[in-house]
Design a protein around this ligand. Structure first.
Ligand SMILES: NC(=O)C1=CN([C@@H]2O[C@H](COP(=O)(O)OP(=O)(O)OC[C@H]3O[C@@H](n4cnc5c(N)ncnc54)[C@H](OP(=O)(O)O)[C@@H]3O)[C@@H](O)[C@H]2O)C=CC1
Ligand SMILES: O=C(O)C1=N[C@H](C(=O)O)C[C@H](O)C1
Length: 268
């Protein structure tokens, strides 16, 4: 499968280049950087530390997408929305790992999925997607007597909060409870907040150091507490998940898919 990595100079971009180079059946055919980036013109393999791959980083995605079967995208919401339109034009697979997407962005991705095969997830790891299934089940089983709080910690450079994974886990809990996350989520608390409303789903965000990604969903009841957690130890995990998603999407019809579809966890 011929793959393009966009955001090639980023933390995830470099991991993705390495994962493509190390996966049988895949070939890197393009690497896209932002206009003006110092990475432009560099060999993508050298940038990623794998040794030369004969693919130079460019800021012109159109001709590159035209020669590809799929694009791996961990960039920013605005960039992802514009790459989705190009992926739709080229009728290719678009794997979206970018987080911080807003409702209007999702609407645009869904429109692009009429022609592209979009696989989008706030977390591409097997562990987190399995965790989401367990959270859904726990939320359905425990009911409103148990307060749900989602806690996450990431490195100091992360720009969005709550993390895409925290929101994915919050959605799973809301599905289990058969409530709307949008209506029941509490994203921050400060000052005299009053007592907790039964049935709310709370989020707490920690940022610091080099933490790759840690998430816990806490079910706090009267006299007992259940905690379901995941710790990512290496970004390569997400990159390998993204390559797996691209390979899975290769022979699928245009549409909007998630990592749960890729991993066969959608009925969990
Ligand atoms: N779903 C998942 O499993 C995971 C998701 N993520 C998400 O992936 C995203 C990226 O994370 P991370 O790699 O740490 O962030 P970085 O900031 O290190 O990387 C983002 C890269 O995208 C580039 N970029 C932004 N806009 C454009 C554009 N228009 N054209 C080309 N390149 C562009 C940036 O360029 P420049 O530096 O020049 O601005 C940068 O190199 C985040 O949203 C993060 O939350 C991260 C890990 C796992
Ligand atoms: O920005 C990151 O680093 C990560 N982002 C994703 C998120 O927002 O959940 C996934 C992972 O936790 C790392």
């Amino acid at each position: 499968m011929r793959l393009v990595v966009v955001g090639a100079a980023g933390r995830m971009g470099r991991m993705l280049i390495k994962a493509v180079a190390e996966t049988g059946g895949c070939r890197l055919v393009g690497a896209i950087g932002r206009e003006g980036s110092t990475a432009l013109g560099q060999d993508a393999g050298v940038l990623a530390g794998t040794g030369p791959l004969g693919v130079s980083v460019t800021d012109d995605p159109l001709p590159v997408f035209a020669q590809a079967d799929g694009v791996l995208d961990f960039t920013s919401p605005a960039a992802t929305v514009s790459f989705a339109a190009l992926a739709a034009q080229a009728r290719i697979v678009h794997v979206v790992g970018t987080t911080g997407l807003q409702e209007a962005d999702f609407t645009k991705l869904e429109a692009a999925a009429r022609h592209a095969r979009i696989v989008q997830s706030g977390n591409m790891s097997l562990g987190v997607n399995l965790l989401a299934g367990l959270v859904r089940k726990a939320a359905a089983t425990l009911g409103e007597d148990f307060d749900i709080e989602v806690l996450e910690m990431h490195h100091r450079m992360k720009v969005d909060a709550p993390s895409g994974t925290a929101l994915l886990l919050g959605e799973a809990a809301a599905e289990g409870r058969k409530i709307s996350l949008k209506e029941r989520s509490v994203r921050s608390r400060d000052g005299h907040t009053g007592a907790r409303h039964p049935g709310d789903i709370g989020f707490a965000t920690l940022r610091g150091g080099t933490v790759v990604g840690e998430h816990s969903v806490i079910f706090a009841g009267a006299g007992e507490r259940l905690e379901l957690s995941h710790r990512a130890e290496d970004r390569g995990l997400f990159a390998r998940g993204a390559v797996k998603a691209a390979l899975w999407g290769f022979d699928k019809k245009p549409g909007y898919y998630t990592m749960a579809n890729v991993l066969g966890l959608d009925r969990l």
